[in-house]
Design a protein around this ligand. Structure first.
Ligand code: F3S
Length: 67
């Protein structure tokens, strides 16, 4: 089975912070208000919560890639 990698495309993120509100165990917000995947969570995350965050990000900047 392919491994998955979670990323936020910072070229698209506009700082809506819904990722963090929905899945704070996986996402954090930097001092400028942009979302990031918490270090170490890129390949280890609650997929159900992350999929909710993906649906709720207005910029569609959260991505799960198969690597
Ligand atoms: Fe950015 Fe979307 Fe989160 S715009 S801060 S990735 S909800």
């Amino acid at each position: 089975m392919a491994k998955k990698e979670l990323t936020i495309d910072l070229a698209r993120c506009q700082g809506h912070a819904r990722c963090w509100a929905i899945a704070p165990e996986t996402f954090e917000i930097d001092e400028e208000g942009y979302g990031h995947v918490i270090d170490g969570r890129e390949a280890s995350f609650d997929e159900e919560n992350v999929r909710k965050a993906i649906k709720n990000c207005p910029e569609r900047s959260i991505l799960i890639r198969e690597v």
